[in-house]
Design a binder for this molecule. Structure first.
Ligand code: NAP
Length: 481
């Protein structure tokens, strides 16, 4: 057994593994070695339309399946993920670059999402509401939205689909998914696992290739009743515009610009530990990564010294090697973007405290980096870094920290370290973010609604809210009683 066990080089449409109609393929590259792992079909609108038709045909039967039969399939899917965790994690590391331990964690949380939504679907209760006049009864019931289009990014190629496929299947929706072109195999593995555990044909379809053509076919189809997207704010906005013509439901998990605030009264060791995991997990390529570290003046130097020491000690290398804590970045374009942030910051008075250059491994490896004396006029104060670069800003007062933290169009995750409970409540009320970690740098969990406000998106993934996003609500009025 190895990563090739779940590597599929075809698309999965209507229960069949197929190529693109044109026969065209795209190479998939291992970012750690530059080697070609395999190919995928370069599919477009024709294949997507076939997938949508298959999902449409499968929907009535799947939605009408006994709840416990459908839940049983999700339990099997959970078990298949965990039984194959190592092989799936290796596949993820080979195509994406993250350390194997992180990939193992990603497969495990994906399985947890499947289990969570299987549990939640059994509690998707309706309501009987008191009517205002005698002789009437008001019933509120929930129903699967129908065929769901899913578009996911490369940074969490397995778990971003788990948060969409899990609730969709749990309530009886059928799926047409398009994984990122850089990391398609973890997405195709979901189709292989669904096939293995016996989901009916047409329930799960996965198409790879041209983003514009595949997304275009999803967006223009009146059959696709919901599109759920995780990726950049720029593409998300485009999809929201496109959803207007068919008035589709959309869920958008978009970019972030997370502030990480450390107050004078914080437990500094805990704060540094949280900063490391929040910043350097996945080589800084997560939507909830600390993007801006705001540290109160009384502990600025002490926090910086501890952060620099730990950052300089990170082991960089191929994610498959034991002990590696930071893999390569996804590609050289991503490296160049980080270099641009550093050049901008140093031109405006920032100083490199550690790192700052391409790593000796070559390719898309980059040194874990800390910039001190960061200021609000630097590019990274406004833009998502998406790389292993931690800028450290100084602040004096709580009001100033909140104002700087909110000075962005994004509103996904934020973090604050303090031992003052009253302040924690003020932060909860003052910070304009969908998720707040108080004294924690790692907050994603299946039980909680993950999602942003402002231009970081709409809709939630996880929690009970993550299920209702896949349900339509109907009201029935029964008169003459
Ligand atoms: P991206 O460029 O927006 O791509 C995401 C997905 O959209 C990919 O499947 C991509 O396909 C597809 N896509 C690209 N252009 C498209 C278009 N014009 N129309 C329709 N689909 C299109 O984002 P990314 O670089 O992969 O991911 C990084 C971004 O995702 C960051 O901004 C990050 O913050 C965000 N993110 C957010 C969350 C969250 O939960 N809020 C989680 C993870 C990541 P191709 O791969 O074929 O180009």
């Amino acid at each position: 057994m190895s990563y090739t066990t779940w590597l599929r080089e075809g698309n999965f449409i209507d229960g069949q593994w197929v190529g693109a109609e044109s026969g065209a393929t795209i190479d998939v590259i291992n970012p750690a070695t530059g080697e070609v792992i395999g190919t995928i079909p370069n599919a477009g609108d024709a294949e997507t339309k076939r997938a949508i038709a298959a999902a449409e045909a499968a929907f009535p039967g799947f939605a009408a399946m006994d709840l416990m039969s459908r839940i049983g399939l999700l339990w099997k899917l959970h078990d298949a993920l965990m039984d194959n965790q190592k092989d799936l994690a290796e596949l993820l590391t080979v195509e994406m670059g993250k350390p194997l331990a992180e990939a193992m964690g990603e497969i495990a949380i994906g399985a947890q999402y499947v289990r969570w939504f299987a549990e939640e679907a059994r509690r998707a209760k309706g309501e009987i509401v008191p009517a205002g006049v005698n002789g009437r009864r008001i019933l509120v019931t929930h129903h699967p939205v129908g065929v769901v289009g899913m578009i996911t990014p490369w940074n969490f190629p397995s778990s971003m689909l788990a948060r969409k496929i899990g609730p969709a299947l749990a309530v009886g929706c059928t799926v047409v998914a398009k994984p990122a072109t850089a990391t398609p195999y973890s997405g195709l593995a979901w189709a292989a696992l669904a096939e293995e555990v016996g989901f009916p044909k047409g329930v799960v379809n996965v198409v790879t290739g041209s983003a514009r053509k595949i997304a275009g076919a999803m967006m223009e189809s009146p059959v696709v009743r919901k599109v759920t997207f995780t990726g950049s704010t720029e593409v998300g906005k485009e999809l929201i515009r496109q959803s207007a013509d068919t008035v589709k439901k959309v869920s958008m998990e978009l970019g972030g610009n997370a502030p990480f605030i450390v107050f004078d009264d914080a437990d500094l060791d805990k704060a540094v530990e949280g900063a490391m995991v929040s910043k350097f997990r996945n080589a800084g390529q997560t939507c909830v990564c600390a993007n801006r570290m705001y540290v109160q003046s009384g502990v600025y130097e002490a926090f910086l010294a501890k952060l620099v020491e730990k950052t300089a000690a990170l082991k960089v290398g191929n994610g498959l090697e034991p002990g590696v804590e930071q893999g390569p970045m996804i590609d050289v374009d991503a490296v160049e973007k980080v270099e641009e942030f550093i050049a901008d910051a140093t031109a405006k008075g920032g100083e490199i405290a550690t790192g700052g250059a391409r790593h000796g491994n070559g390719g898309s490896f980059f040194e874990p980096t800390v910039i001190k004396h960061a200021t609000q006029d630097m590019m990274f104060a406004k833009e998502e870094i998406f790389g292993p670069l931690a800028p450290v800003f100084k602040f004096e007062t709580e009001e100033e920290a909140i104002a700087m933290a909110n000075d962005t169009e994004y509103g996904l995750a934020c973090y604050a370290y303090t031992s003052d409970l009253a302040r924690a409540f003020r932060l909860n009320e003052g910070l304009q973010y969908g998720m707040i970690g108080i004294n924690s740098g790692l907050i994603t969990t299946v039980e909680a609604p993950f999602g942003g406000v402002k231009e970081s998106g709409m809709g939630k993934e996880g929690g009970s809210q993550g299920l209702t996003d896949y349900l339509d609500t109907k009201y029935v009025c029964i008169d003459g009683i």
